[in-house]
Design a binder for this molecule. Structure first.
Ligand code: EPU
Length: 338
């Protein structure tokens, strides 16, 4: 078993924070995963996959297991649809591009999201009007104690906005090993209603868009305002957009009639945290190597050698200023590992 010591995790987290794993192992097979979970010499474990939704604050005094299970297969298929089984370590955006190459639809709005497929259900990744739950069939996860492979149906996952059972009751108990997604082979459901997609299609004279056109639009839009983690360390949106009650929203809206908002199905309102943060003057601000992205205030960035604690300090400063100015609590979307 190839267990390494004092292994730098800088390349394995998209914030590019340089912390060390006391012990480290790459997981490439299910049997190996079971064996490693049985090793009594390493009772403390920490799971890392795409590393695109975590802020590491300290060195990790545990066995860090990098989930790198690979493979894509067809689980079911008819003339209209295909169900794919994707192993957890497959890169998400590579999967999206591969599906598009086959002519299969459903993932195009989720183009260019960093991270791996196995972690997509944890926070129910979403962008441009689509969430993972819209194509999700089920996932398999290994119970860390019993080593059993358990299947979670879509209902079992209890998906919500950037939320699932894996952030709640099941947190820390399972390792997701594979995910099943249902894609369309024809009669694709094109979702272009998200404002910026429509504008991009119009600007590019595309009247009858294909799934490829939508992916191109999303890629162009994301590139124009979200930093590429290969160039500038970041984890996408650092905060979730706050969801407030109708009462609270009405008070807010009276005071700030120009603020953007989305009305939700259950009579609540989502207010873009990026707007709140920008109004507090943080957009484009830099404090040492920790900063707020100049094109999207929801994204915190590492200009090179920021420590996790410096990014966290900035996040807390933002939270308290937003709270003081708007009486609204914004919560991190990113997992903070202390
Ligand atoms: N806005 C500002 N200033 C900013 C950023 C945004 O005023 O600095 C305003 C925009 O003008 C717009 C509104 O806020 O009116 C919403 O902005 P945008 O469409 O960019 O989306 P978002 O709410 O900031 C969410 C997701 C993104 C996803 C986009 C598109 C969350 C936490 N974030 O961002 O997801 O790509 O919608 O669907 O829900 C991610 O999770 O990492 C992520 C990038």
């Amino acid at each position: 078993m190839n267990i390494q010591e004092n292994f730098s995790l800088k390349k394995l987290n998209t914030f590019a924070i340089d912390v060390k794993a006391r012990f480290f192992i790459e997981i490439t097979g299910l049997l190996q995963l079971q064996k490693v979970l049985q090793l009594s010499a390493y009772p403390k474990r920490f799971i890392i996959s795409g590393g695109s939704n975590m802020l590491l604050i300290n060195d990790i005094d545990a066995l860090v297991m990098h989930i790198n299970l690979k493979g894509i297969s067809i689980a079911e298929e008819d003339e209209n649809q295909v169900v794919l089984k994707i192993m957890a370590g497959e890169n998400w955006h590579d999967l999206v591009l591969w599906a598009l190459k086959q002519g299969w639809g459903g993932l195009e709005n989720l183009s260019l999201i960093p991270g791996n497929t196995g972690t997509a259900p944890i926070q129910n990744i979403g962008a441009y009007g689509v969430e993972l739950k819209d194509v999700f069939v089920s996932c398999e996860a290994m119970h860390i104690e019993t080593l059993e492979l358990v299947e979670f149906s879509k209902a079992d996952c209890q998906f919500g906005y950037r939320d699932s059972i894996f952030k709640n009751e099941a947190k820390g108990k399972y390792i997701i090993t594979s995910v099943k997604l249902r894609l369309t082979k024809k009669n694709h459901r094109l979702l272009t209603h998200y404002g910026t997609i429509e504008t991009w299609l119009k600007d590019n004279d595309i009247v009858h868009p294909t799934i490829n056109n939508i992916s191109e639009a999303v890629i162009a839009i994301r590139r124009s305002k979200l930093p590429d983690p290969k160039e500038l360390g970041n984890c996408g949106s650092f905060f979730k957009n706050p969801v407030v009650s109708k009462n609270k929203f009405e008070t807010f809206h009276k005071k700030h009639p120009n603020a953007p908002y989305y009305e939700m199905e259950d009579d609540t309102f989502k207010i873009p945290a990026g707007w709140l943060i920008e109004q507090c003057g943080f957009k484009g601000k830099r404090f040492g190597d920790a900063g707020v992205h100049e094109k999207q205030a929801l994204v915190l960035v590492n200009y090179g050698n920021a420590k996790g604690s410096e990014i966290l300090e900035l996040a807390e400063k933002i939270q308290s200023e937003v709270k003081a100015k708007y009486k609204i609590k914004i919560e991190p979307e990113v997992n903070i590992i202390k």
